[in-house]
Write a protein that binds this ligand. Structure first.
Ligand code: ZN
Length: 195
């Protein structure tokens, strides 16, 4: 079994104190930092862009798990790579050509993540699983912090875990949104290894 890793989102941080907040997470034992990037188009809210990530990266040795909720995403992949993203996660709906966006991330020597919204089916990524390092299962609708966890998405986590075992693949399964001490247990039981 993979080690369970914690990737707290800076969406819930005090944005006037981001550097300190990241230090607190690092001291608290977080394995990586989840950076939710929103564009006011793919999702209703706006968050942070590459300059902020670049500044934060200088202050931390943790992995930056960058979740791009931006559309069209393809032309921005390089900027987030240069800013210091270690994992770049995109949504299939946000690119015209999922294969070329995956190839772009790989060409920059970054880990490839693909995220599935609560209503997005696993079928969308079935042909790409061999190339993906991380599948990010959204357990809330993307775009806002502080939403309630949707347990029905665990069906997808379980299905992915099964496919992973059958095909002998090694991607991480991350669950994103509304995770707390209680529901983290059922997410882990379903097969998630990053929360
Ligand atoms: Zn996220």
């Amino acid at each position: 079994m993979k080690k369970i890793q914690i990737s707290p989102s800076i969406l819930s941080a005090d944005f006037s104190q981001l550097g300190n907040e990241i230090k607190k997470l690092e001291d608290g034992g977080a394995d990586m930092i989840h950076v939710d990037v929103m564009d006011g188009h793919f999702v209703p809210n706006l968050t942070i862009g590459p300059p902020v990530i670049k500044a934060l990266k200088k202050q931390s040795s943790m992995l930056f798990d960058v979740h791009l909720m931006i559309s069209p995403v393809h032309k921005y992949i390089e900027a987030y790579s240069e800013a210091g993203a270690d994992i770049i996660t995109i949504h299939p709906e946000a690119t015209d050509d999922l294969q070329s966006s995956i190839s772009k991330i790989k060409s920059l020597n970054k880990k490839v993540g693909v995220s599935l919204n609560p209503e997005t089916k696993i079928d969308v990524i079935m042909n790409y699983l061999e190339q993906i390092n991380l599948v990010l299962i959204m357990s809330v609708n993307p775009g806002f912090g502080g939403q309630k966890f949707m347990p029905e998405v665990l069906i997808k986590v379980k299905a992915l875990k099964k496919i992973q075992e059958e095909k002998g693949l090694d991607f991480d399964i991350e669950i994103d949104g509304g995770i707390n001490f209680d529901n983290s247990k059922i997410a882990i039981e379903a097969g998630a290894n990053i929360l």
